[in-house]
Design a protein around this ligand. Structure first.
Ligand code: AN7
Length: 402
């Protein structure tokens, strides 16, 4: 049992209303469960496979879900990087191991299921890439059409490839992500498509399960959860979910929610540093981590509250720091992630060096997308393969010379 509640004024709406923002004040809506009616025991969850649907009592879907087996992603102990940074309890939850290679699949299994539950027949989103790849795949699984709007020339190759191959109608606009999102919202409101960006409260319900899994895998609540921040939906979702577990008495405290942005695209970090009540949008965000090249994060209000309430923080990292950590994760830990994902661990390094993160903390970084999402940025950082004649002498001679 749940309803939709405005995060600002508390106005509530029926769960079957197609509505994305509050009619009274225009702020975002969140799914609010009647927690007294939720009687599931943690034991029951623990006996189910680790996945988004382990936690179905805290999800809004009542029909058989549209699923590609999302969630259940590995939690790795970053032994080498942790040692270098001086953080013995540093972990990475590798969301790149989801069906389409990013955490967005957790949101889309719930979001596309809700589209069907609500009787919608076409879905749409704006995207810096991963959302479009995921929506395209889940729409394909559901057997309904998807429309995706991308900022032209600013989406990593693998993501465009996925959106196209899964059969979405892919449209590149000559503008940035923030403009694409405005246009998609207008399109959905005027033409009845179902909007699956992170202003959709149901999609975020799926994403909150990252936090549930992290707690279950670690066997305790981490001291700190660190996420890369773009539209700020994911950090808000994880905080909301863990707050529900706290209210249910399943956990006894919340982790310090910590958001990392790219230096060229950091409105949330600036709002936290300056103590602002809301973010000041950036008109021309820029970063090599195109996934988080977002200047006007729509979920910022919730993210600022999550960070402040839990005693967390926000930090920015340069493109160089992001790429250096992408290489470290790949070479020292065997973990392949895209640049935006490396931002979380790069931020932890910076915050630990600055003394903000205590060395005894248990820190879980969410690494959000797979290395293969953005092969071009990878290739540009690496030396080309050595090409030789097809004989053993040539092979031995290059091996000896290196
Ligand atoms: C790899 O796909 O916004 O702060 O349109 O792809 O919840 O926005 C992607 C975001 C982090 C930021 N890491 O999450 C999109 C999109 C990766 C991402 C984020 C994104 P939010």
């Amino acid at each position: 049992m749940y309803r939709l509640t405005c995060v600002n004024c508390g106005e509530s709406y029926r769960p079957d209303e197609i509505i994305y923002t509050c009619r009274s004040c225009g702020h975002l809506l969140a799914v609010e469960y009647d927690l007294d009616s939720i009687t599931v025991q943690r034991e029951v969850w623990n006996h189910r496979p680790l996945s988004v649907w382990r936690y179905r009592e805290l999800l809004p879907v009542t029909i058989p879900p549209v699923t590609l087996h999302e969630g259940g992603t590995p939690l790795y102990h970053l032994e080498r990087i942790g040692k270098e940074i001086g953080l013995p309890h540093l972990y990475a939850k590798h969301e790149g191991m989801n069906p389409t290679g990013s955490f967005k699949d957790r949101g889309m299994t719930v979001g596309v299921s809700m589209a069907l539950q609500l009787g919608k027949t076409t879905v749409a989103c704006a995207s810096t890439g991963n959302t479009s790849a995921s929506l395209a795949a889940y729409a394909a699984k559901a057997g309904i059409p998807a429309v995706v709007l991308l900022p032209a020339g600013k989406v990593a190759l693998g993501k465009v490839a996925q959106a196209l191959m899964h059969g979405a109608k892919v449209i590149s606009i000559r503008g940035n992500f923030d403009r694409a999102l405005e246009m998609t919202q207008e399109l959905c409101l005027s033409h009845g498509l179902y909007l699956l960006n992170s202003i959709n409260p149901f999609r975020l319900e799926g994403q909150k399960t990252i936090g549930f899994e992290a707690v279950d895998q670690l066997g305790e609540v981490p001291d700190r959860l660190v996420l890369p921040v773009g539209n700020a939906g994911n950090i808000s979702a994880v905080h909301k979910g863990l707050s529900e577990l706290l209210a249910l008495g399943f956990i006894d405290r919340l982790p310090m929610m910590t958001g990392i942005q790219a230096a060229g695209s950091s409105p949330v970090v600036r709002a936290i540093r300056q103590g602002l009540p809301e973010v000041v949008p950036e008109r021309s965000p820029e970063t090599i981590a195109t996934a988080i090249r977002i200047g006007a994060p729509v979920n910022a209000e919730k993210a600022l509250a999550a960070i402040r309430k839990t005693g967390g923080t926000a930090e920015m990292v340069t493109d160089e720091e992001i790429l250096a950590m992408q290489r470290d994760l790949a070479r020292k830990e065997g973990i392949g992630v895209e640049p935006a994902s490396a931002a979380s661990v790069a931020g932890v390094r910076k915050l630990t060096e600055a003394g903000v993160i205590d060395r005894t903390e248990r820190v879980v970084c969410v690494v959000t997308g797979h290395l293969l999402k953005d092969p071009e940025t990878v290739i540009r950082q690496c030396e080309a393969p050595t090409e030789i004649d097809a004989d053993l002498r040539s092979l031995l001679s290059v091996l000896q010379s290196s």
